[in-house]
Design a protein around this ligand. Sequence first.
Ligand code: S3P
Length: 168
Amino acid sequence: MQKIILIGYMGSGKTTLGKKLALELKIPFIDSDAEIEKISGKSIAEIFAQDGEEAFRKLETEFIAGMQAESSFVLSTGGGMPCFNNNIDHLNHLGLTIYLKNSSENLADRLIEAKNERPLIHGKSKEELIEFIEINIQRREEYYNQAKLILQPDQQGIVNVYKLVHSF
Ligand code: S3P
């Protein structure tokens, strides 16, 4: 039984690594944002716009509760999920949490291309984005740093992560 949970800021590569890891481990890959979109019948942007962030955070917490019934998976979480409603405790209880740590500059480089589907950073310039990430990530690291494993950028290759997961 393997329950692996990838956490980290938007753009940190949770989905890309999660899909590879699930393939290697031959277990299902689950993306919390995609599941919440399916359950609610709305895109993440629509949930934020129509119901507000708090409603989205509630859906995230309900989603984690629903995951207790699943036996093996690699779960890629939305970037804010661990940082609200004691979710980091619930995620640590659920399985092996892994924080994919990244620098703000790196994240901004990646997110500049994909900011418009993400309501928290929609429409920001590169400079605004870097500033937002630096402030936001500082608050969030209080939660991210509670992960059972913290991986620096040079430790996030699939071969290394696969080995780590096996030895943990
Ligand atoms: C969010 C991250 C997004 C998504 C939502 C809010 C956040 O997920 O859940 O837009 O608060 O950091 P990704 O980390 O997959 O972009």
